[in-house]
Design a protein around this ligand. Structure first.
Ligand code: K1U
Ligand code: ZN
Length: 167
């Protein structure tokens, strides 16, 4: 079990666009296990490889209350989306900051699983929100970047203040 360091906003590495996984090999399987361990330990309900400074298109998620329904998405693609939905989001890379983002209400995603097999999933509710949030990380986008410049500058000030208080 390895707990990986989660990059903290505004770290520039969070803006890196991740590249596709070409082979689901032992190294990728170890990374997936470490990402799941890191997500559960945080605790969180999702994690993108970008957040642990690995710029490959991999996300892990578990939105169950019992934390025993792990989803692994390698090279995820949203093939359809429907409706709009506003949801209060948080992010392990932006600790202590929560706010609303409008996203598709339901989506259909295709991806490879941890065995390298392709699958298709219809998602709605928190699962759909979380998949879209994590897929944004793979594109180098952090949820606060949906907000106005004014609101983003207040987020940065709050994060700086929180950092000072924990030193
Ligand atoms: O940092 C991340 O990308 C993970 C993030 C996922 C997410 C949460 C809410 C809306 C969209 C995406 C988190 O897991 S933040 C922590 C969190 O939401 C949570 C933690 C413990 C229990 C329940 C929720
Ligand atoms: Zn996040």
């Amino acid at each position: 079990m390895a707990i990986l360091k989660i990059l903290q906003y505004p770290d520039k590495r969070l803006h890196t666009v991740a590249t596709p996984v070409t082979e689901v090999n032992a190294q990728i399987c170890t990374l997936i296990q470490d990402m799941a361990d890191t997500m559960y330990a945080a605790p969180g309900i999702g994690l993108a490889a970008t957040q642990v400074d690995v710029h490959k298109r991999i996300i892990v998620l578990d939105v169950s209350e019992t934390q025993d329904q792990l989803y692994v998405f390698i090279n995820p693609k949203i093939v359809s989306r429907d409706g709009v939905h506003e949801f209060e989001e948080g992010c392990l890379s932006v600790p202590g900051i929560f706010g609303k983002v409008t996203r598709a209400e339901s989506i259909t995603v295709t991806a490879l699983n941890a065995q390298g097999e392709s699958f298709t999933l219809d998602a709605k509710g928190l699962l759909a929100v979380c998949i879209q949030h994590e897929m944004d990380h793979l594109e180098g986008k952090v949820f606060v970047e949906y907000w106005s410049q004014f609101k983003q500058s207040r987020v940065l000030a709050k994060l700086k203040k929180n950092q000072r208080n924990t030193m």
